[in-house]
Design a binder for this molecule. Structure first.
Ligand SMILES: Nc1ncnc2c1ncn2[C@@H]1O[C@H](COP(=O)(O)OP(=O)(O)OP(=O)(O)O)[C@@H](O)[C@H]1O
Ligand SMILES: [Mg+2]
Length: 474
């Protein structure tokens, strides 16, 4: 009975509530639509007022909007979503923004532009409209100077960015849009990245990390400016592309995410230039590791562990570190108190380096045949790259780089000489730099090659030497 009498009244309450909820939802939908229209057709500075006025017509309905507050700091640590949002939004600047902040460090090539506090902007993503707003509040905070024991007050800024959107988009914003913002910001940071060169000790650079000092690396070499066999060049570029894309692959097969390259060939054939081109291409920092300064495996490990991910560790002239082998053979403690070849090989094989990701290690040598066979064993260095004397194709790349010419009546003569004489790209480049006049520069190169041929007196010896050099190639 009780239940019978109570039933109709519960039903009527429910139906009244359902009607009310449906009406509220309808009004909210109308308000959302109005917001969308307003944000498209009404200047930004009036938008808020218009929407507030319009919403006011319907009394105090629960808000249909949700706001995410993204503070700059999370306690003491930086909030990565704040950084990502700030960077992402700096690429979404619309004409509605009145104030931007512009800054630049002495070494930076470009200005960095960020949006000032108080500014708002609308972003669109998969049909959603998202409203971003920049806030900054200032508070006075008491601080204590521990040297003078005096207290003072300082103004502390609390920055935050607020992201507002219709509540119905909450899942999409948290699940898709924010991850997209973070990913995009990583890509933007990568585009703006300045490559640094690290070496041991502090050498007047502006940034020091542990034992490594660094400077901005502004070597102009790129794969375009590099005179090397075009097939080999493309193979290497493909190899690098594949390497950086294969995070999951390396994880799956249980190998450290590393790649080793051995560059070999005579002086002046572009080994160091190739390393610079690789660093510029990948935007990886370079760590120039001079083994001659090191005394022990533990020192080597400490240095390698303090290198960052996405970097190229370079050991130049590894043949000059050949005494590594002798030291080890001499029988002194082969473990940590000596620097040994096996210590180095352990690193290459990933034992010490499993703490890092996306590393490239490059060895260079003028004499591949002088290297310890252990270094050359298959699988140790992933690619052996032969940098050799200038070829006709290499000459054309250099002529275009230095003189901006693609054809010239002296090309045939030069290319003939180049196949007969062992001239390094460095020598050819030096001649091409001697004049901005194409005729003069190319004429100078002809004279240089002619003289080189005469001095050798025997062109065949040169070609023979080149053949031997080529035979070192895989
Ligand atoms: N393959 C090349 N392509 C373009 N320029 C080159 C090439 N090789 C050499 N050069 C020019 O010669 C200069 C010296 O070359 P680089 O230092 O790269 O040679 P390297 O092979 O590292 O010599 P080393 O064995 O003496 O270290 C470079 O700065 C560059 O101007
Ligand atoms: Mg070099």
């Amino acid at each position: 009975m009780f239940s019978l009498t109570s039933m109709p009244s519960t039903t009527s309450v429910l139906s009244t509530y359902t009607t009310f909820a449906a009406a509220a939802m309808l009004i909210r939908t109308v308000i959302n639509e109005v917001q969308t229209i307003v944000s498209q057709f009404i200047p930004q500075k009036y938008q808020e007022k218009v929407i507030a006025k319009f919403s006011g017509l319907f009394g105090n309905l629960p808000s249909s909007q949700m706001t995410l507050i993204i503070d700059e700091r999370n306690g003491l640590s930086i909030n990565e979503i704040y950084q990502a949002s700030e960077l992402y939004l700096s690429t979404r600047i619309t004409p509605s923004i009145d104030q931007l902040k512009v800054s630049k460090t002495p070494r930076q090539n470009n200005f960095s532009v960020t949006i000032n506090k108080g500014e708002k902007l609308i972003d669109e993503f998969e049909g959603m409209q998202l409203r971003w707003e920049f806030y900054c509040t200032e508070t006075k905070q008491a601080t204590m100077d521990y040297e003078s024991y005096c207290s003072s007050t300082e103004v502390v800024e609390h920055k935050s960015i607020q992201l507002s959107f219709p509540k119905k988009y909450r899942e999409n914003v948290l699940g898709t849009y924010l991850p997209y913002v973070v990913e995009r910001s990583k890509a933007i940071a990568e585009e703006n990245k300045v490559v640094r060169l690290y070496a041991l000790g502090s050498f007047g650079g502006d940034c020091t990390v542990g034992p490594w000092g660094s400077v901005v690396f502004d070597h102009p070499s790129t794969f375009d400016t590099l005179a090397m066999d075009p097939t080999l060049k493309n193979e290497l570029i493909d190899d690098l592309d594949r390497f950086v894309k294969r995070k999951e692959f390396y994880g799956r097969v249980g190998k450290p995410w590393k790649r080793g390259y051995l560059l070999y060939g005579p002086p002046g054939t572009g080994k160091s230039s190739l390393i610079a081109a690789m660093a510029n291409y990948l935007k990886f920092d370079i760590y120039d590791l001079e083994l001659t300064y090191l005394h022990s495996n533990s020192e080597l490990r400490r240095l390698l562990v303090s290198t960052a991910n996405r970097s190229i560790i370079v050991i130049e002239d590894i043949d000059c570190s050949i005494e590594l082998k002798d030291r080890q053979v001499r029988g002194a403690n082969p473990n940590d108190s000596q620097l040994t070849l096996s210590g180095l090989l352990n690193f290459i094989d990933g034992l010490w380096s499993s703490c890092g990701d996306e590393r490239i290690i490059v060895f260079t040598t003028n004499y591949k045949d002088k290297l310890d066979p252990a270094l050359l064993r298959p699988g140790r260095m992933d690619m052996h790259i032969h940098m050799s004397y200038c070829t006709p194709c290499g000459f054309r790349i250099l002529a275009y780089n230095y003189l901006r010419v693609k054809t010239h009546h002296l090309f045939n003569e030069i290319e003939e000489f180049i196949t007969e004489v062992n001239a390094t790209p460095a020598e050819v480049a030096e001649q091409l730099m001697k004049s901005e006049e194409t005729n003069v520069a190319l004429g100078g190169l002809v004279a240089f090659l002619k003289k080189k041929k005469e001095m050798n007196c025997n062109g065949e010896a040169n070609v023979q030497e080149r053949k031997e050099d080529d035979e070192q190639e895989e």
